[in-house]
Every structure is written in C-alpha cells, then in structure tokens.
Design a protein around this ligand. Sequence first.
Ligand code: ZN
Length: 76
Amino acid sequence: MPTPDHQRDLLRSTRKTTHHSTDWRCTRCDKLLGANRDGRMHLRFARGHEYLVSFPVTATCRGCGTLNQASAPAQR
Ligand SMILES: [Zn+2]
C-alpha cells in the first residue's frame, strides 16, 4: 500500500543531507558533478536537466571534460 507520508519524510531527509558529504566532485577540477542520495546519484546539468542514476555512475565533467566514475555510494 502506498504511504505518501513516508515519501515526504524521505524527501525532507535527503534535502537536509544534500550539503553534507554527499557531493560528487570532479577528480581533476573539483567541480560539483552530482549528489549522492539514498544509494543513487543525482546528476544535475545545465538548463534544468536532472538524472537520478544507480551505481556505478560515469559522467563527464562539464568544466574540464574529465570522465569521472563513482562505483559505490560510499565514495566521496
Ligand atoms: Zn573537471
């Protein structure tokens, strides 16, 4: 059975931890690539495009073009 209240709690807790050790940054230029959320990676691109992807994650830095990979949620 769906539980909307639980989903709301989940949303609130992820927003609270957004600025806390969940950042995924480029290994070369330290640009923010995405954020770690509940075992998945939240990627944000220009013009409002957002993606929620599961690990392992590969993304190209839009600053320097380096291909970054995160293989596990625990990685910083
Ligand atoms: Zn970079």
